[in-house]
Design a protein around this ligand. Sequence first.
Ligand code: CO8
Length: 266
Amino acid sequence: MQEEFDTVLLSHDEERGVATVTLNRPDALNAMNAQIREDVVSAFGALEELDEGADGVAVRVAVIEGAGDRAFSAGADITEFGGGEPRVGPMSSVQDTIRGFGAPVVAKIDGYCLGGGLELAFGCDFRLASESSRLGLPESNLGILPGAGGAQYIARIAGPGVAKEVAMLGEHLPAERAGDLGLVHRVFDDEAFDDEVAAFVEELAGQPPLSMRAIKDSVDHGQGVPLREAIAYDRRVFPTLVETEDHAEGARAFAEDDYEPTFEGR
Ligand code: CO8
């Protein structure tokens, strides 16, 4: 399936269950204007519809990437700033859409990933970066703060000291430093980047989809509640997974040598 929105391309590989959402404003380094924010939300809406009509799940993994060879996204579209109108809400709603999407979402970062672009990537479950990528929160250079949680994500991942450094200095971090800080999951050589990302996505897509969705939901839910409550939540979800065909399939593969399991999301 392929669908074209004004500023976003959407494709879905039915066989692999992998969807790709491409931010498609390469001439503006995929800066996030109002249209692109709307289109990202629409693209994920279309994927949810696919899932609803599927026997099992249609989408095992969604990948977000930037068109062109220069940027994932250089942030919110600065030309739309001004007039004192706060645009934090719409950017946050894009993140909410991605965080609320059932399947894991991978940010494929190749090039600049700045401001709202990095905040979009923080809304994803995985961040994979090419070695030459540059990541940062340059909002302070514009006299504002990262309005969609950029500094808060960094504070939780790497600590408040790092968050203040990255957000206050507004520098572009080399991918490797971002990797050392835990802000991205993997950094791959530029030449091998596409293949390495494809292999990572393939591996994720081969995992039992309902298990992936339950883990995403459980970990995200657990961030906002005391540990005891988070564990109680997992304990309630656990029996629902025990009843799935995929669990039976995994157990069979464990018991029988030479049996390759296929997980259908049922
Ligand atoms: N918005 C709009 N257009 C952009 C943006 C942007 N964020 N970034 C780049 N562009 C455009 C440029 O204007 C240029 O367009 P044109 O060719 O028509 O002149 C084109 O993309 C190419 O960019 P450059 O010529 O600048 O390319 P360089 O290689 O010289 O520089 C940089 C690349 C360093 C990435 C540079 O473009 C840059 O600094 N961009 C701005 C980065 C930035 O400050 N991002 C943060 C924006 S603020 C934000 O994201 C806040 C989000 C929080 C939610 C909302 C709160 C209000």
